[in-house]
Design a binder for this molecule. Structure first.
Ligand code: ADP
Ligand code: NI
Length: 198
C-alpha cells in the first residue's frame, strides 16, 4: 500500500495554519516528518504508520490551547475519521493513534512500537541543536521570560533530551545536537555573569 503523503500533509497544514506562531508552526511538523522519514527508512519502519503519525502529531495543538486537554490525545482523536476517509484500515488507525499518544516528553508515556519510538525521537530532536535553541528563545520571548526563562527551560527539559532517545540512530543525532546546546547554554551563562575570561 502506498503512503498518501500529500493528502495527509495538506490536511495537517490546513489545520495548523490557523495558529501559525512561534514554536508550534507547521515548519516543526515538516522537520519532524523529515527526521522520522530518514530514521524510519533506515530502520525498516512502516511508513504508512510513521509518516501519518509524524504529519498529524500536532494537529490538536490549537484545540489544546482552547480546552487544556493534551494534544497527544486530541491529535489522535482528530486523526481517526480523516485516516478512515483516506483508506486506512482500523488496525493502522490504532497504530497511528498509539504512536501519537506516546510522543510527548512532558507526559512520559513509553512508546509501544518502533514507529512510536521514532516519532518520539524525531519530536525531541527538533527541540535540540540550533533549531531547538531558536525555538526555545522564540517561546521564551513570546512569553516575556527573557534569558532566565530560556535558561530555566534548557536546564529543566532541553539538556535532558539526550537521555530520552529510544533508537540508536536517534541517539547519534541527539549527541551532536546536545553538544551544541550545552556549549550555547554554558556560554550564555558565562556572558550573563559578564565573565570575560570565558
Ligand atoms: P511537548 O510538551 O509536546 O514536548 P512543548 O510544548 O513543551 O512540547 O514544547 C514545544 C517547543 O517549545 C519546544 O521547542 C520547547 O523547547 C519549547 N518550549 C516549551 N516550553 C518552553 C518554555 N517555558 N520556555 C522556552 N521554550 C519552551
Ligand atoms: Ni511536535
Amino acid at each position: 500500500m502506498i503512503f498518501p503523503e500529500e493528502k495527509i500533509r495538506s490536511h495537517a497544514k490546513k489545520l495548523l495554519s490557523g495558529s501559525e506562531r512561534g514554536a508550534h508552526s507547521f515548519s516543526h511538523v515538516e522537520r519532524v516528518y523529515d527526521i522520522a522519514k530518514n530514521l524510519g527508512e533506515r530502520m525498516g519502519a512502516n511508513m504508512r504508520i510513521l509518516g501519518a503519525a509524524a504529519l498529524l502529531h500536532d494537529i490538536g495543538r490549537p484545540k489544546e490551547e482552547e480546552t487544556g486537554k493534551s494534544h497527544a490525545i486530541l491529535s489522535g482523536e482528530m486523526s481517526k475519521e480523516f485516516l478512515h476517509n483516506i483508506g486506512y484500515d482500523e488496525e493502522e488507525i490504532v497504530s497511528v493513534v498509539e504512536a501519537i499518544r506516546s510522543h510527548r516528553f512532558s507526559e512520559n508515556i513509553e512508546p509501544t512500537s518502533l514507529e512510536g519510538e521514532i516519532l518520539s525521537d524525531a519530536d525531541k530532536l527538533d527541540a535540540m541543536g540550533a533549531i531547538g535553541i531558536f525555538r526555545a528563545i522564540a517561546r521564551a520571548t513570546l512569553r516575556n521570560l527573557g534569558i532566565p526563562g530560556f535558561l530555566k527551560h534548557a536546564e529543566e527539559k532541553l539538556l535532558k533530551l539526550v537521555d530520552c532517545m529510544y533508537t540508536e540512530e536517534g541517539e547519534k543525532i541527539a549527541h551532536e545536537r546536545h553538544e551544541l546546546l550545552q556549549a550555547f547554554v554554558e556560554k550564555l551563562k558565562a556572558e550573563v555573569r559578564n565573565d570575560l575570561a570565558h
